[in-house]
Design a protein around this ligand. Structure first.
Ligand code: AMP
Length: 415
């Protein structure tokens, strides 16, 4: 199978790493990729938002499967452009990706499918927003309706701050605050059959102790030893399958990766958000534990044959990933600094490795930082404590000027 992956973050590096280890994959390509992906795939400088260019590349390579990683190309309809050429593509249509692209659309689908979520109002004026804020009271949750790379949500007890965020967005969703631990549960679907993966937890705030601003994600781990038994089955039954059924019923069938961001509240499990693609950094730990070769699973989603797939096989152990971000992230990330110690960080036995996010090579082959989140240092182990220890050991040998990371990823869960 010749596979083309679209995107250039640590999620795509994790996808490429798994695909490169799948014996069914004979050729692996990525556009645009990054310095780490270039070590396992042939990278192509193609604009990932340009559907025609991506489709042309897929045809040129005679790809058997195209995997679209990030949300922006999905919402821009890149999967549709590839699908129109007849090449199987892993990822939803632009219309179905509105499940992530518009919070208001997602709320409407959830209402139609009877999926438990926070009560909410969609507001387009400051006066409406003020009314909604007062209806729910503090803490306030204000979400930009559109895509905002994980940074469009403000959760605060400061009413003025909440209102200011609402005023800065064209359309916002204001909703009740959901208390309780968060879980990310991914499912692979072909629009009919839904195959849940293993749950993970990510860390959205920039600083230890869940302080500081929201980010794209600073680390993740899997499994969740504290999660209630039967959680995956419950979410499949009450959230994932009804959502996939509802989207099919509306004439916008969803195939690809359905990501449910959940809050386990005292009143039950609630959906915080849906995403239309693999989450970053949770993908890094979920794929680290997946034993079934990846290409066949993604291809079955792309070709509507998931029902025929054998049950997925998982490693019983644990995985932890810790993100190294550049100085100033998320507000004003500094880029262009050399990264040292990458080779030393990798364990010879494959239990610790470095996935690249915002990196690039300069003319001399030196790896430079090129984005807000720079690296995702990932490790596996018999349990979370071992995986966590290995991830932080690996991280200790990496040097990036001003680089920042959280020191408490998976700390509580590792016990
Ligand atoms: P989202 O982009 O919708 O995932 O929101 C980003 C983060 O904001 C989530 O991971 C939560 O930590 C927080 N958040 C979003 N919605 C709520 C809510 N209704 N109640 C509490 N926290 C929320």
């Amino acid at each position: 199978m010749k596979v083309l992956v679209i995107g250039g973050g640590a999620r795509e590096h994790a996808l490429c790493r798994s695909l490169s280890q799948d014996p069914a994959v004979t050729e692996l390509h990525c556009a645009p990729g990054n310095a780490g992906i270039a070590q396992v795939a042939t990278v192509h400088p193609v604009d990932q938002l340009d559907g025609a260019a991506v489709a042309a590349l897929a045809r040129l390579l005679t790809a058997d499967l195209v995997v679209v990683g990030p949300e922006a190309p999905l919402v821009a309809g890149v999967a549709d452009a590839v699908r129109a050429t007849g090449i199987p593509v892993f990822g939803p249509s632009g219309q179905a990706a509105q499940l992530e692209g518009s919070k208001a659309f997602a709320k409407d689908v959830m209402a139609g499918a009877n999926v438990p979520t926070a009560r909410s109002y969609v507001c387009t004026t400051v006066a409406e927003a003020a009314e909604a804020l007062d209806a729910f009271g503090a803490p306030y949750v204000v979400k930009d309706d559109g895509l905002a790379a994980g940074k469009g949500v403000v959760v605060t007890s400061d009413r003025a701050e909440a209102l200011a965020h609402a005023a800065s967005c064209e359309r916002v969703v204001i909703e009740e605050y959901l208390d309780g631990p968060e879980v990310s549960l991914f499912a692979i679907t072909d629009g009919v059959t839904v195959l849940p993966l293993q749950p993970a937890q990510d860390f959205k705030r920039a600083l230890d102790g869940d302080e500081g601003p929201n980010t794209g994600g600073m680390g993740a781990y899997s499994p969740l030893p504290w999660a209630p038994e039967g959680l995956v089955e419950e979410v499949l039954e009450t959230v994932l399958q009804p959502t996939v059924d509802e989207l099919r019923r509306r004439g916008t069938p969803f195939s690809g990766l359905l990501y449910a961001g959940l809050a386990l509240t005292s009143r039950g499990t609630r959906v915080i958000e849906f995403n239309a693609r693999f989450g970053d950094p949770e993908t890094q730990v979920v794929l680290a534990r997946l034993r079934t070769p990846l290409a066949g699973v993604l291809h079955a989603s792309a070709t509507g044959t998931l029902e025929l797939l054998e049950p997925l096989r998982w490693d019983d152990g644990a995985a932890v990933t810790v993100v190294i971000a550049s100085e100033g992230y998320p507000a004003d990330p500094r880029t262009g600094d050399p990264i040292e110690g990458l080779a030393e960080a990798e364990a010879a036995d494959g239990t610790a490795y470095v996935l690249h996010a915002g990196t690039r090579l300069d003319g001399t082959g030196q790896v430079l930082s090129a984005g807000g989140r720079v690296l995702s240092v990932t490790a596996t182990g018999a349990d979370l404590a071992e995986a966590r220890g290995r991830a932080y050991d690996a991280l200790a040998s990496i040097r990036l000027k001003g680089g920042q990371h959280r020191t408490d990823i998976a700390l509580k869960a590792a016990g």
